[in-house]
Design a protein. Sequence first.
Length: 712
Amino acid sequence: MGACQPQAEPCRNSSMVLLCDADPDCQAGGTLTATDEPNPSQYPNWAIGGWCLVQTPGQGAPVWAGGSVVLGPDPACPTSPSGDTMRTIGVRLKAGSPTATAPVPLSVSVRVTNNGPNPGVVGDGRFGLWNAATGTRMAHTDVKNSAPVGHQQTLTLSANVPAAALAAGQIVAVLDVETYQGAGGKAWTIDQFQWSATVPQVECEAEFLRTLTTDCETGEVVSTTDTTLDGAPYTPTGVVGQCTVIGGSAPTDCRNCDQVVLCDTTGTESHTFLRTVCRDCNGTVLSTTDTELDGATPYAVAGTVGQCATPPANCEAAAVQAFRLCDLNPAVEPDANGLRCATPFLRHFVYACDGTATFHDTAADGVTPYTPTQVVECGENPPSLREQVWNTLSIAPDPADTTNRVFIYTVANSEDPTQTGTVKMTASKAYGGGCGGTPTAPVWNAAVTFTFEPDAAVLAKADVLRVDAIDWDTWEDIVIPSGSPLPDKIESDTGHTQVSSGRWHSTISNNTGHFYFNGPPAVVRMTTRNDGGGNACTAPAFGFITLVPGPPCGVVPEVDHIVQPLCDVAAAGTTPFLRHWNVDNSSGQLTRLLDTRLDGTTSYTTTGTVTVCGQEADQPVQTGVRRVTGTTTVQNLKTEFPGLQSVSMTVVAGSVNVAMSSGTSQPVPAGASVTWSVADTDDSSLAAASFGGTTTAADYLLNWTYKAGAAG
């Protein structure tokens, strides 16, 4: 083995290590901030109906600071028959890092005490936890029903909340207490507020690369350089240390690669090259690759391989290191779950003898060149983007237009209705023309060209414009006019072909085409042709897509199916039914699926007020009286009054046929008095009650009681 020639300039070695910059305010929950929510009524814990929901900005502030406040008593609500008045306070909770993504375990509690002078009536209060970013309630618990004077109760809520929403102060806890109902008002003391949130350590960390340049002979560190994973300069702001492994274990595709500069000696000639040895986390060698010092050009050993005595005189690189990164490319096709998963790739850093570094990117095979779009950390499972869809809310003529050609389409984000915008749509001719339509649902007779112009709000939030060709027939080719951007992707339900650049043909009539424009562009134009003659009716339909961070790819969410028995309280009576939910155990997110009858399969649609069975508000008892003679129409009181509670009958003359739940009609003679009634107020109603005179001489008196909101 020979020795490489010594270099004239000072020898330098470079090495790189992946470190993490931890935010100290984020660790273990970090700084927890609780501030008063000035408008808690926007997060209603109840279906308020005619109740009065009273709020006073700042009223709850003493509670959130560790003190107490007294709510109520309040006067009767003028819009509620029973005077129901609720008073509400809320608190915004904030903790953690804005870069965090994993759900954060959160717990919040508060104590309530009924000071009187009156007891509670049924629903006395509720404590709810809300995600203000999405307007959804994540958890709730109730104050004891009909709480007596002096009742004291600690209400506690626990949930896994989105870390980004918590870091932005968008997690809100709202407390409602009843301060008047029925017999009178009552006051409540609210105190002993506590909350906690544990942000995972890994979510508090920002990864960066530290390059150490050392003297070859002494090992002394000559310089230290910190960069982002993209190679841009980086300045740590927190505590620097080893990165926390998500879940406490290494990635499933764990591998470590080491590079060393060696010399290949043949006779008196010596050639420097780079050997890369990759091992799994158990130390088993997975691959050995020899390249030139650029880390990419393959090299074939010709002589004896050994350590170089000193760095080469013509030193081009002292070391190469490869790091696994991910490319979050929005152009990637969604997978079966609708996620656009990041693509793993390798970034190779090549260090010169003076400590400077360059890098090049390859696919995961380490050879194929790769150009990333958006570089992100990979973690154990690659991150993803998911789609939020914007739908059309309304269509209206442009007030400035008098030609019936210009319309304003209002669109909204389906997951965040506060994100709205408009699209100005201009047609090349007036709508109608044998195809009908209205100003709020215009239809055109092709050929016609449409111009779409999204406003600034849509352009700022949306990533993709999707234009739909509804009822796309074989004689209605779609053409992109010259100068207008071409679609980035085209799909159809039953098939299409491309006739030429910018022109597409449906292979079957009554098809639907989808034309996707990334960006989206500020102006898009599309023409629907009419190559068949006659009417070719068309109406533009479109939507937008916003790409937002999704869950890690390859992780199967643990979802439970929950069935909740409820009651539908309507004027015709009370109907028990089942409400089905899915709950994602990793995030705590509750998703309503459907309502069914008690068989669990037959679909059910509610028509009244939904409540927990057995907690329906008591209905006032109504009364009725009626004198009946002869053989007039049979008196079926159960049919007339589904909530029938009791019936008394006195036969004055003749006889009366009576049919109750037994189903068999029995005659009752003159002079008899009979009464039927539910056993107690918890029973819903009588099952049957029918009366009819047997002859024209029959004369009898009926009196009864019933509840308007109950049924058998």
